[in-house]
Design a protein around this ligand. Structure first.
Ligand code: AMP
Length: 171
């Protein structure tokens, strides 16, 4: 099954900057059967009760909402600062050059919520870790990270040490 899904992920060289091989999942989004298959495979990674699925802007929204629906959980968008309209928590994190930040509505997670954090790609792990800090600041428990693609050579898993990290496709 995984080799079928892989055929719908396009490598784009030097995007968004030289040296990066971008994993483009838009060909996969075009195919309803492959979307269903991918959703089922991502769901099969989940073996815990989940109250909320957190999806990371923007590509984490595609499967994040589908997973939330199948798990009978709420969906929480984590976005770049300035995009969410209500009061937010913000978390700043280091990039190779400079910093970036993520925001989440303060009322999105309730104390004790069991949370699954989803994104399309795990690269260095900085983004995912920032999302986990937002969840924990709100009183939630991150019970699992769930990624479609893990770029193992960037060692994001090490940054997420102590968490349950699952991914469908590893490169
Ligand atoms: P990270 O380095 O793990 O913090 O990744 C930063 C964000 O960029 C995440 O939301 C990833 O989904 C995305 N990203 C990083 N590297 C790639 C890549 N090679 N292809 C597609 N998305 C990527």
């Amino acid at each position: 099954m995984k080799d079928i899904i892989e055929q719908y992920i396009r490598d784009v060289m030097d995007f968004p900057k030289p040296g990066v091989v971008f994993k483009d999942i838009t060909p996969l989004l075009l195919e309803p059967k492959i979307m269903k298959l991918t959703t089922a495979e991502l769901l099969a990674l989940v073996d815990k009760e989940i109250d909320k699925v957190v999806g990371i802007e923007a590509r984490g929204f595609f499967f994040g909402t589908l997973l939330a629906d199948r798990l009978d959980a709420g969906f929480v968008p984590v976005r770049k600062p300035g995009k969410l309209p209500y009061k937010t928590y913000e978390e700043t994190y280091e990039l190779e050059y400079g910093t970036d930040a993520l925001a989440m509505h303060v009322d999105a997670i309730q104390e004790g919520d069991r949370v699954l954090i989803h994104d399309d790609v795990l690269a260095t792990g900085g983004t995912a870790l920032a999302a986990a800090k937002l969840v924990e600041r709100a009183g939630g428990k991150v019970v699992m990270f769930n990624f479609l693609i893990e770029l193992t050579y960037l060692k994001g898993r090490e940054k997420l040490k102590g968490y349950d990290v699952r991914s469908l496709l590893k490169y």
